[in-house]
Design a protein around this ligand. Structure first.
Ligand SMILES: NC(=O)c1ccc[n+]([C@@H]2O[C@H](COP(=O)([O-])OP(=O)(O)OC[C@H]3O[C@@H](n4cnc5c(N)ncnc54)[C@H](OP(=O)(O)O)[C@@H]3O)[C@@H](O)[C@H]2O)c1
Length: 275
């Protein structure tokens, strides 16, 4: 189960997150991920590393068609009239003529969802992005996006890990055939303090990170984008396709979920209640 399919498009269930990977070390880490076999890379204008991602892809010598590349526009760059230009600037930094997935990083606190999604559809129609998704959209914003967007939306990238329940978001996305991309899938390392994950790790001869990533990608319609800057962990996080969690084991991790949200900001929308 290395790939999943959505709206007839096949993509890897596991991607490589690149937040904080900058400079020569960042290029090295992204290169390493590509060399190991990651074929899905997630970046964003805000990470200020699109150039590093572009350099790593160029150095890897990989055929562009074999890579699923995702980026996001800053929430402050969502003025509909200038979205196309912001996208072009990102493509230039990435050294590609299109991305596979383009998203607004957050809903804009000022501009309504509909005109933004209409501008994203135009960018897709011009060939700059194969698919359009969103990020950090609670169900209310997602409803508006689905209504306004011309065509199927591809994914909603939201924080999702063993300590944050996302039932409302997941239910909505599944009903519309839209992927959930799990950002912050390792809860930034906090998973390693959880005894249940250690127990399951020991039972499978895996690490708590591998158990967590397996739990995510075994859920229908969920993909995950863990980040690491360390070669050994980049490899470890990719080695999750040689075992499976039972239904009981999945349920034990489900039962850990609560309302521990790690990414919150002053521009964040009102989140769905955790139920
Ligand atoms: N849309 C959004 O608003 C949003 C928000 C946050 C993140 N994201 C995306 O999601 C990606 C992942 O999120 P994240 O980077 O915030 O957090 P994360 O992937 O949950 O965790 C990364 C942290 O865990 C450590 N780590 C990685 N692999 C490990 C392992 N096998 N064992 C123990 N620790 C490990 C990393 O340290 P080392 O690097 O030292 O290994 C790093 O400190 C980001 O890179 C970004 O692409 C999106």
């Amino acid at each position: 189960m290395i790939h999943t399919e959505i709206n007839g498009v096949s993509l890897p269930v596991l991607g490589f997150g690149t937040y904080h990977l900058r400079g020569p070390e960042g290029v090295r880490a992204i290169r390493h991920a590509l060399d190991i076999g990651y074929r899905y890379v997630d970046t964003a204008a805000r990470y200020e590393n699109e150039e590093e991602v572009g350099q790593a892809i160029a150095e890897s010598g990989l055929d562009r068609d074999r890579l699923f590349l995702a980026t996001k526009l800053r929430y402050t760059d969502l003025e509909p009239a200038s979205i196309e230009q912001k996208v072009q600037e990102g493509l230039k930094r990435l050294r590609v003529d299109h991305v596979d997935l383009l998203m607004p990083h957050w809903p804009s606190p000022e501009i309504p969802v509909a005109p933004i999604m209409e501008a994203f559809a135009k960018v897709r129609d011009k060939g700059y992005a194969r698919h359009i998704g969103v990020s950090n959209f609670p169900t209310r914003h997602m409803r508006e996006a689905i209504a306004a967007f011309d065509g199927p939306l591809f994914a909603n990238q939201v924080e999702y890990h063993p300590f944050l329940r996302q039932s409302a978001v997941l239910e909505q996305l599944r009903a519309h055939g839209i992927l959930l991309t799990a950002a912050v899938p390792l809860a930034r390392g906090a998973i390693d303090a959880e005894p249940v994950l250690h127990e399951l790790a020991a039972a499978h001869g895996k690490t708590t990170a591998q158990i967590t990533l397996r739990w995510l990608i075994q859920q229908p319609g969920v993909t995950a984008i863990p980040k690491s800057g360390q070669a050994e962990r980049i490899r470890q996080n990719f080695e999750i396709f040689d075992f499976a969690l039972s239904d009981d084991e999945m349920a034990r991790i489900d039962a850990l979920q609560g309302d521990r949200r790690l990414v919150d900001t002053h521009w964040a929308p009102e989140w769905d209640a955790v139920s």
